[in-house]
Ligand binder design. Structure first.
Ligand SMILES: [Zn+2]
Length: 160
C-alpha cells in the first residue's frame, strides 16, 4: 500500500507528499467558522487518500490510541487539522501509519542525505544531489518513505 505523507510545517502549513499545500485565507472568527474551515481541509486530505487508494502517514504524536490529552489542540491550527484527519480516517477506515518525525525536515527525500543540507524558511536544498524543493514538502515525502518501510509494524488494522 502507498501512503500520502502529511506534514505540518513550522511556517504554518499542512502539506502532502504529492506537493500540495493546504492553506486558507483567513483566521476564523468563532468556533463555527473554525470547524467549517478545519472540516474542509481535513476532508480534502481524506478524500485524496481515499480516491487514490492510499493510507496516510502522519507523525507519531497523533496516535489516538494512547490515552493522553491533546496538547496540540489550539496552539497550532494545522496540527488541529491533523487531529481531525486522524480521527476521521479511523471512522472512514483509511489506514494511518504513524512515523518517527525526527529529521524528516533535515533529510533529503530524494537521495537520503542528511549531512550539510540547506534549509531556510520554505526552501530545502540537498548538499549531495542538489535537489531543491519546498522544505515542508520534502518533510512530507520523507514521512511517506518512512511509512512504506514501517507499514508491517503499524499497518492493518488501524488502531481502535
Ligand atoms: Zn539529495
Amino acid at each position: 500500500m502507498d501512503y500520502l505523507g502529511i506534514d505540518t510545517g513550522i511556517r504554518n502549513q499542512a502539506v502532502d507528499s504529492d506537493g500540495n499545500i493546504y492553506t486558507f485565507e483567513k483566521m476564523w472568527k468563532n468556533d463555527k467558522e473554525k470547524n467549517l474551515i478545519l472540516y474542509s481541509i481535513s476532508n480534502a486530505i481524506l478524500n485524496k487518500a481515499k480516491t487514490s487508494n492510499r493510507g496516510l502517514a502522519v507523525e507519531k504524536v497523533f496516535r489516538l490510541d494512547r490515552k493522553q490529552a491533546a496538547p496540540w489542540k489550539g496552539n497550532n491550527r494545522y496540527r488541529t487539522i491533523l487531529y481531525y484527519v486522524v480521527k476521521q480516517a479511523r471512522l472512514q477506515k483509511i489506514p494511518v501509519v504513524y512515523v518517527d518525525h525526527n529529521n524528516t525536515s533535515k533529510e533529503c527525500s530524494s537521495c537520503g542525505n542528511l549531512k550539510d543540507n540547506f534549509r531556510y524558511a520554505d526552501e530545502f536544498k540537498c548538499a549531495k544531489c542538489k535537489i531543491k524543493l519546498h522544505a515542508d514538502i520534502n518533510a512530507a515525502k520523507n514521512m511517506r518513505k518512512r511509512a512504506l518501510k514501517m507499514a508491517p509494524a503499524y499497518g492493518f488494522p488501524p488502531p481502535k
